[in-house]
Ligand binder design. Sequence first.
Ligand SMILES: [Fe+2]
Length: 180
Amino acid sequence: MRLQWSHSVIRVRDLELMVAFYRDILGFQVADRGLLGPEGPEVVFMSGSSTDHHQIAFAKARGEEDASSLEHMAFRVDSIADVRTMFERVTKDDRVQGAAPITHGNAISVYFSDPEKNGIEIFCDSPFSVQQPQIRGWDPGSSDAEILAAVESGFREEPGFMPMDEYRAQKAQEFGENDA
Ligand SMILES: [Fe+2]
């Protein structure tokens, strides 16, 4: 299994200050923003590449007492089979707490924490793109085809639902990746 670095999600105190800094200095664009649940917190996803919906995201959820700004770091794997293998590995390991199979519609993931409670996400891309944030479960006992069918039927009515290839082509244009 090959783990490719993808993105970090960090907790911040001043959301707009952080968004403006990463936009102005690093040239990232806001991909999406919204509430992570009915009560929030608000999250802003930013990217400078068509390959990742977000390369960094900020959640307005950092109190003065919090020791770390890290919400989670994320690694991309090649297949649902790899995500399932990782889910099985971490659910058997007593150093891991709170392993959860989550889909954002555009990814199929397992979230868990390391022994010092740093969040980790292992995910594979889904063939679909959908406006974020989105958080639902998926069934690790299902086949790959059943999981993909459930993701498609579960998210197809959501805003911005389209084939991932189409989303990436749009973003590649926006980021000037096709320019010589
Ligand atoms: Fe993530």
